[in-house]
Design a protein around this ligand. Sequence first.
Ligand SMILES: [Zn+2]
Ligand SMILES: [Zn+2]
Length: 212
Amino acid sequence: MIVEMVIVGPFQENCYVIGDEDSGTGALIDPGEEAPRVALTVERMGLSISQIIVTHAHIDHVGAIAPLTDEFLCPVLMHEEAEAMLQTAPQQAMMMGMRFGKVPKVDRRIADDEVLEVGNLRLRSLYTPGHAPGHLAFYAEEQEVVFSGDALFAGSVGRTDLPGGSMEVLMNSISERLLTLPDATRVLSGHGPETTIGRERMTNPFLGGGAL
Ligand SMILES: [Zn+2]
Ligand SMILES: [Zn+2]
């Protein structure tokens, strides 16, 4: 699996361009802003984008989907519980003095524990709500990588003060679905640097670091 991170927009969101080297098939995870830079990365990597996969519908993760679907003519996939929030993206943006533009159409709904194929790559969806409704993480078991969205960060966890957030639900998602992954699993999150499940289990202050 080839992966490139593109940090986009005023919220410094991590968009991931992933690809299967054998087939040249790729996917975008959370293209939040700056569609031209994301598209340029895709071109440089020589990938044919088969789908856009969304962890959750906060504006910083979905802002570039519409222009990129125009560009790549590919389906958009997210959990159905995230769709209501997607529809409010223009209002979310306006409250922050920003303009959202076109709300993208969702082509396919992803359930929990579903396997998405990107060429020969396999990504398993992990239902991890608490930060936002219908939040999903995506786990590539063979490559030992999890795309954790805004559920888990290096040294932190997602905020839970936005609509549909719950600290109790988030902590449950993290302990049941993410910390149960092998320690060596690389964590590529929605903001900030890369980490591993083992490092977060040991040191993340929100997870009772050091107690285990
Ligand atoms: Zn978020
Ligand atoms: Zn975010």
